[in-house]
Write a protein that binds this ligand. Structure first.
Ligand SMILES: CC(=O)N[C@@H](C)C(=O)N[C@@H](C)C(=O)O
Length: 694
């Protein structure tokens, strides 16, 4: 937690200047080399034109001594760092191939597709390793042999890259972009499913660099999933056994007429023969990882939710030879994710939301009581040193963006030392506090509270309630998209509560809000607001509420239930739950909870904000991206019409080419600018200022 600041934010604070905020480096994707001596991390910064975020790979010294140094540089950027056992660093990039004189993708004069590149262990120039007309997606490397498997999208019926490129070209020449679907679903997040489908390709051992003047041997890709058809293509959740003989991956299979579920498939890489490893009609399986000796797989089992019950998560230990699975974390009242074996295979590490943190845990591979290893913060990208000497991860918190850290593989109560970080941040314009309220039924509701510098009884800060999405999530890690420090730099206190349905407080806490979004989740939020409004450093007369996705649903619901806020910002929000469920990219996921609207309309009738539109008095800012397939644009269009029709003071910030998020620096800045101007107008009573570029 940051110390309360004693001086106002310096004018140079990047949180007070949206252009400077957009320029702060953002870390993602950590990878440890096989010998444990090198760490690579992807760092996003603005490109030269400041029009997009560009990812480059940096090296971080696991010993913490040498400063971080940049490894790659190109306009299209580099990501997905993966070390091969020989110390070379594999990555994907859509950079042009300097040796070919044209793009590394589909043909001369076209933008290259994302290809696989390799940076030699001793440094020097990266070389292009392999391409596919559909671009390279995920990359897996066998820890002992260095053999490589990749995913790439292939056109139906194309048996090789040449045929694939030809099919793409024919559509292009004919001006055809249409997709004919024969099964549900048809979209995912912001992507159309089909006509190309992700396949898994075996690349095997990569050839060494040829001698000068000798032509580089081409890498032959062998399709391990020739039958893949939309929408059940190969996902990116794939992992090779250390000897490269087996691949474990997630396969999406039909579940009822328009449903899908995920199972685990084991595939022999030499023959392409596959068998189901875990196929559970009552659960989705994900995140498979082999044990160091390849004899077992650990994975996450998510039980399928029903009308009465939310999902529950546990870890499975699966014997590769027999497929026998046993629960590793029975009775553990948290949702484990991202499991990995320790170097000696006797322990499994995993991550889980816990009480406003995303903590690191360990459990014996034999099963037993999980032990929490970290105190504060949210961890991701866990890397296990193969000699068992250390763990590495990216760690963030609400007051610290992701940064690389080293952890002790055994210790509990850890506050890991940060490693040299290419993205160090200056001082924050305020302080972070943890607060607790009590709901009407006596349940504790905890929140993070960001206070701006100078907030005091003499000068209390206006309050902004931020509601998280999901809804099965928790406010526990740094967010560039929902950064409370941008608001704090303008003097707002920001309340980030975890109401009913949030993660990290046990199954009963989720159950309290299941199928009743307008009840406990709403009243918990109001209890959290009531409690902080008692504070002398918070001004209870100047408040606003906002949220995105489920948080947008709740912002809309709040608008229909109370006039206590001066303004409401609703981003990518659900307005008519019935129409949302039918048009989102995975209707079956939501129907498990909400039911078929024709047969079971009650939950929709009770909880859908649009039914209470007449009650809205609060000015609203509606924000939505047209490429949002998770919460389709129809929700915002109807909300906007309903507000306008009723004369509710409102504005609509529409992004024709953004998706569920806001991914370009320019749009992200006008997002913050519009929200801040809207808040200034209604919370502070200032004259509305239309952002200059809008
Ligand atoms: C499949 C699915 O919808 N998953 C949820 C995590 C999700 O995306 N929820 C949206 C609506 C949100 O972020 O709130």
């Amino acid at each position: 937690m940051s110390e309360p600041a004693d001086a106002p934010a310096p004018p140079s604070s990047p949180f007070a200047d949206l252009a400077a905020f957009a320029a702060l480096p953002r870390l993602a994707g950590l990878a440890l080399s096989a010998d444990g001596r090198r760490l690579a991390v992807a760092v996003q910064t603005l490109d030269a034109e400041r029009k997009k975020w560009q990812s480059a790979l940096w090296e971080v010294d696991p010993g913490g001594r040498r400063p971080a140094r940049r490894l790659t540089r190109s306009a299209p950027g580099e990501s997905t760092p993966t070390w091969a056992p020989d110390g070379s660093l594999l990555f994907t990039s859509a950079r042009p191939d300097p040796e070919a004189g044209s793009g590394s993708g589909t043909g001369a004069g076209e933008d290259p597709e994302r290809a696989l590149w390799s940076l030699p262990a001793e440094g020097g120039e990266a070389r292009l390793v392999l391409t596919h007309p559909g671009g390279i997606g995920a990359v897996g490397v066998a820890a002992d042999t260095g053999e490589v498997v990749v995913t790439a999208s292939a056109m139906p019926g194309a048996t090789d890259a040449e045929a694939d490129a030809e099919r793409r070209e024919r559509r292009k020449q004919a001006g055809v972009t249409a997709i004919l679907h024969e099964a549900y679903p048809v979209r995912h997040w912001d992507a159309d499913l089909g006509p190309a489908t992700p396949h898994v390709f075996w690349a095997g051992a990569l050839p060494a660099d040829p001698a000068a003047g000798v032509e580089r041997p081409a890498v032959e890709l062998r399709d391990l999933t020739p039958g893949a058809v939309p929408p059940s293509g190969a996902g990116d959740d794939l992992h090779l056994s250390p000897d490269g003989r087996l691949l474990v991956r997630v396969e999406t299979v039909p579940d009822g007429p328009a449903g899908r579920r995920d199972r685990l498939l084991l595939l022999e890489t030499a023959t392409g023969v596959s068998r189901a490893l875990v196929d559970d009609p009552l659960a989705d399986l994900s995140a498979p990882r082999f044990s160091p000796d390849g004899s077992a797989v650990v994975c996450v089992r998510e039980s399928m939710s029903t009308h009465d019950d939310p999902p529950d998560y546990t870890l499975l230990h699966v014997d590769v030879a027999t497929g026998a699975a046993r629960e590793l974390t029975p009775g553990f009242d948290r949702w484990p994710s991202a499991p990995q074996f320790a170097a000696d295979g006797t322990t499994v590490y995993f991550l889980a939301d816990d009480d406003g943190r995303h903590a690191l845990f360990r459990v014996p591979a034999e099963g037993g009581e999980p032990v929490r290893m970290t105190t504060d913060g949210a961890y991701s990208d866990l890397q296990v040193a193969r000699d068992g000497s250390a763990l590495y991860a990216l760690r963030s918190a609400y007051d610290e963006p992701p940064a690389p850290v080293r952890l002790d593989p055994q210790a509990t109560g850890q506050h890991p030392e940060p490693l040299p970080n290419p993205g160090t941040l200056g001082r924050l314009p305020g302080s972070l506090h943890e607060v607790e309220a009590t709901a009407a039924d006596g349940t504790p509701v905890r929140s993070w509270l960001v206070l701006p510098e100078g907030a005091s009884a003499e000068d209390p800060a206006p309050l902004l309630l931020w509601i998280h999405g999901g809804p099965l999530m928790s406010w526990n890690s740094w967010s560039w998209r929902w950064c409370p420090w941008v608001m704090a730099a303008r003097g707002y206190a920001v309340l980030l509560p975890d109401p009913a349905l949030s993660q990290g407080y046990g199954q009963d806490f989720v159950r309290r809000g299941w199928g009743a979004w307008g009840e406990a989740p709403y009243t918990d939020l109001m209890a959290a607001v009531d409690a902080v409004e008692q504070r002398p450093d918070v001004d209870e007369t100047r408040t606003a509420a906002m949220g995105g996705s489920f948080g947008g649903y709740m912002a809309n619901w709040v608008a229909t239930q109370t006039d206590r806020f001066r303004a409401i910002v609703t981003h990518a929000s659900l307005w008519d739950v019935d129409s949302f469920v039918g048009t989102t990219d995975a209707a079956y996921y939501w129907e498990r909870e909400w039911g078929d609207p024709l047969r079971e309309p009650k939950r929709y009738e009770r909880n859908s904000p649009h039914r209470y539109a007449d009650a809205i008095r609060t000015p609203m800012l509606v924000i939505h991206g047209d490429r949002d397939y998770r919460v389709p644009i129809g929700e915002a269009l109807r909300l906007w019409y309903d507000l306008q029709k009723r004369g509710v003071p409102s504005r609509f910030l529409y992004f024709p080419d953004e998706n569920h998020w806001v991914l370009t620096p320019g749009n992200a800045q006008v997002w913050y600018e519009t929200v801040l101007n809207f808040l200034s107008e209604h919370v502070h009573g200032q004259q509305w200022q239309r952002p200059e570029l809008l």
